[in-house]
Ligand binder design. Structure first.
Ligand code: COA
Length: 269
């Protein structure tokens, strides 16, 4: 056994025997089913802690915010997959989730890491100076600033203020909301463009304020968008648009590669 240090696999999440299932220290059947909401259960599964009412409100709000945004690429990929393979519902969900990365849908984790870096750097309390330094180093490395800019919402993404209002209502720690707004303030000077906060920055700004783990941040858009995809795939089975999406995608496409040789021209030998 050379890879890793553990020889005996251990997990603290769950175990089961013939008559019971234990999850995070509770009996699933007598202590959780019918007694806990799915949002609270997600929090318990990920953190091992029961969610307070404020944490439930925050996590719920972030999940609702990112679950659905129309016929975006994740939905199109998913619906086209189901149109082509109507028996592969699970494959179609997976196709939609595969693109949950740093460009769209999945930037929450990257934005969270940016905020944690700024938080660690702002030991003197000056978050604007720390934000400026960290955003500059991102820019020098030619990396986009995660959580800022949006192809549609050029002013602040409307979901941002809705989420920040929940944070204020629930009186959570607003440190990461302040950091997110500091980044927005310094971006024009560093990037030369007035890029506004989008939902993928608001999500970590709230969740880091309630102690949600950085490592699990990408799971929030993945979990939420899975619900949206299931809705789209149900509609796809009832009223298919998957091939219409494919047709529209190629309708104006231009082939600018090399033409095949004209067989009428012969080989020239
Ligand atoms: N960091 C640095 N530059 C950015 C930027 C960012 N976060 N967002 C946009 N820009 C730049 C673009 O590269 C473009 O530059 P150019 O004019 O020199 O080509 C310009 O600003 C205008 O971009 P725009 O057309 O408004 O947006 P887009 O459609 O090109 O990009 C995103 C949209 C989402 C891909 C882009 O904003 C981005 O990469 N954001 C970071 C990732 C993110 O937060 N994703 C979650 C979105 S919900």
């Amino acid at each position: 056994m050379k890879i890793g240090k553990e020889v005996i696999p251990r997990t603290a999440i769950s175990t089961s025997d013939e008559s019971s299932i234990t999850v995070r220290g509770a009996d699933l059947c007598s202590g959780l089913i019918g007694r806990i909401s799915f949002t609270d259960y997600f929090h318990l599964l990920v953190t091992g802690r029961a969610a307070s009412p404020a944490v439930t409100a925050i996590l719920d709000a972030t999940l609702v915010a990112i679950a659905e945004h129309g016929l975006v690429p994740s939905v199109q990929a998913s619906r086209m997959t189901l149109a082509a393979a109507p028996d592969a519902f699970q494959g179609a969900v997976a196709a939609g989730i595969l693109g949950c990365g740093s460009v769209i849908l999945g930037a929450s984790e990257d934005a969270g890491r940016l905020f944690v870096e700024i938080d660690a750097r702002a030991t003197d309390g000056d978050i604007d100076a720390a934000a400026l330094a960290v955003v500059r180093s991102h820019r020098e490395a030619r990396r986009p600033i995660p959580g800022y800019g949006h192809p549609l919402h050029k002013a602040r993404d409307p979901r941002v203020d809705a989420l920040f209002a929940v944070a204020r209502d629930q009186a959570i720690n607003l440190r990461f909301v302040d950091i997110a707004e500091a980044v927005e303030r310094v971006i024009p000077d560093v990037v030369g463009k007035d890029l506004k906060l989008n939902v993928s920055a608001a999500i970590p700004a709230l969740l880091l304020g309630v102690g949600f783990p950085l490592e699990a941040l990408r799971g929030v858009p993945i979990l939420a968008r899975t619900a949206g995809l299931i809705a789209h795939l149900t509609e796809e089975l009832q009223r298919s648009i998957g091939f219409a999406l494919s047709y529209q995608a190629t309708r104006d496409a231009v082939f600018d590669g090399s033409p095949a040789p004209d067989p009428a021209a012969g080989s020239g030998r």
